[in-house]
Design a binder for this molecule. Structure first.
Ligand SMILES: [Zn+2]
Length: 488
């Protein structure tokens, strides 16, 4: 079996470093990863073979980025966020690659949902119930209040991994594939163990949002009951999932929630069936990508010809280095539902990473169109266009990548690709600016400041790009100066 060096970065199941002590991810390892990525972007020999994936720190948390999952989360959260009187654009739901059942907030308006919670949920309505509860914490200001006097926010960087990009290091001339380096800044030191009181009020607030959005709270109740039923077993085995450590479930709490939810006029409203299909797809692809391939093939044997099974197997084969089997599964998906952008996306990714970038272009273009320019998919298309090594494709690559980075403020891999295409076209100043953006996003302040100043030297003064370069140079220089001061 080919051993493709990519592996997912995950915590050991019992490490619990995500808990109240939080914060102890391998920051220096991440910085080293960014540096090596930078050296690559300096080389600008666009498609050298890379070995970043093999050296990922074992203890780091990772965020899984996936256009389909993020769109689903946004649609799950939007009616609840509106019911909360907040702007859906300001609340993000982010997927964490961690098989423990957990969801949490960490200050700000981001809700983190573990892949383990998606795997454990039976339907979309249950996940929506969990999101409602977490939104309850945010709306009730629990994090903000409890932060006072606890500890200052710590900027912890988390690796971002693009779901489906499997074989970063496997040769074939693919650049910098899955690892987006340390993209996210999250204040995980603020991750709190809530008290019974705050739990109860978050339940009540979450239930209110569900009611006002006309969504049944049945799933919220079912999911919490399911966790409670497993609580005794888990505590007996010494493995209590963090969701329960941090969201203590008591009989009283469930009874109160139950009364609240059953009193809602929306209680008997049927959950959104289309949203549930989207959830089942996401759950299947996550299973394929996150779990060991043999588990996926056990759960979705080849005899299972459902969409979900094809989807799970496509990811499982893809990440394990079986491009032909992966392509066959993806082709089955595209044949069954020709207009589906996410099926086209995985098909394109498989072809791209199998060293067939030209063949990947058509499916990826359809995926970009069908997803209304989803930035992550557009980034993959940009990558494929560059990988053709055909000059005629560079202007299109530049165009799609510019749109992608403009619409996704956390896309260091998009900036990396954009830097490549500028350099390939001889625009060294903008290549430097793109590198500065990438370095700034990945917390590499020294390189960000340096390359931003280089960019300023080559870009017409007082143009928007020049101001942007100046901004990056100043921000990162300030951070550098602060860092120096703290050392004394
Ligand atoms: Zn809670």
């Amino acid at each position: 079996m080919p051993n493709r060096a990519f592996r997912l970065v995950r915590q050991s199941p019992h490490a619990a470093s995500f808990g109240t002590e939080g914060a102890n991810v391998g920051i220096s390892d991440l910085a080293a990863a960014s540096r090596s990525q930078f050296r690559r972007s300096l080389r600008l020999a666009a498609l050298a073979s890379l070995t970043l994936a093999a050296s990922q720190p074992a203890a780091a948390q990772s965020i899984l980025r996936d256009a389909e999952t993020e769109a689903m989360f946004a649609d799950m959260a939007a009616p609840l966020v509106k019911a909360a009187g907040m702007d859906p654009k300001t609340v993000k739901v982010v997927l964490i690659n961690d098989d423990e059942i957990n969801a949490f907030t960490a200050g700000g308006q981001t809700i983190y949902v573990n892949s383990g919670l998606i795997a454990a949920a039976d339907n979309a309505n249950q996940v929506q119930g969990v999101i409602a509860h977490e939104l309850g914490h945010i709306a009730d200001g629990h994090v903000v209040l409890a932060n006072e006097g606890v500890r200052p926010a710590m900027g912890i960087q988390i690796l971002s991994i693009v779901l489906g990009i499997a074989a970063a290091a496997a040769g074939g001339g693919e650049a910098a594939a899955g690892i987006m380096a340390a993209g996210q800044q999250a204040a995980l030191g603020n991750y709190l163990a809530y008290s019974r009181t705050t739990e109860a009020t978050a339940d009540a607030t979450g239930a209110k949002f569900l009611r006002e959005a006309g969504i049944t709270g049945q799933g919220m109740l079912d999911f919490f009951k399911k966790l409670q039923a497993q609580e005794a077993y888990w505590s007996a085995t010494g493995k209590l999932d963090p969701f329960m450590q941090n969201h203590p479930l008591t009989g009283e709490r469930i009874a109160d929630l139950s009364a609240d939810i059953q009193a809602s006029p929306a209680f008997h409203t049927k959950p959104d069936a289309a949203l549930n299909v989207r959830f089942l797809r996401v759950r299947a692809k996550l299973q394929g990508f996150v779990a060991p391939a043999k588990d996926t093939l056990g759960k979705y044997p080849v005899s299972d010809q459902s969409i979900y099974a094809h989807y799970a197997r496509a990811y499982a084969y893809h990440k394990s280095g079986f491009p032909e089997q992966a392509d066959a599964e993806a082709t089955a998906l595209v044949t069954a539902q020709p207009d589906d952008p996410y099926f086209e996306e995985i098909r394109g990714q498989i072809l791209l990473e199998a060293g067939r970038p030209r063949d990947a272009l058509a499916p990826l273009r359809r995926a970009v169109d069908g997803s209304r320019d989803a930035p992550l998919i557009a980034t993959t298309l940009g990558h494929a266009l560059i990988a053709t090594e055909d000059k005629a494709n560079y202007p299109e690559a530049e165009r799609v990548l510019r749109v992608a980075v403009a619409r996704d403020d956390d896309n260091p891999f998009g900036w990396y690709q954009l830097g490549q295409v500028y350099a390939l076209q001889g625009d060294d100043a903008r290549a430097a600016l793109a590198t500065a953006e990438q370095a700034s996003l990945t917390g590499n302040t020294k390189i960000a400041a340096f390359t931003a100043r280089n960019a300023m030297a080559g870009i017409p003064q007082n143009s928007p790009d020049w101001f942007r370069a100046q901004d990056i140079a100043m921000t990162n220089q300030n951070e550098l100066d602060d860092g120096r001061k703290h050392k004394h």
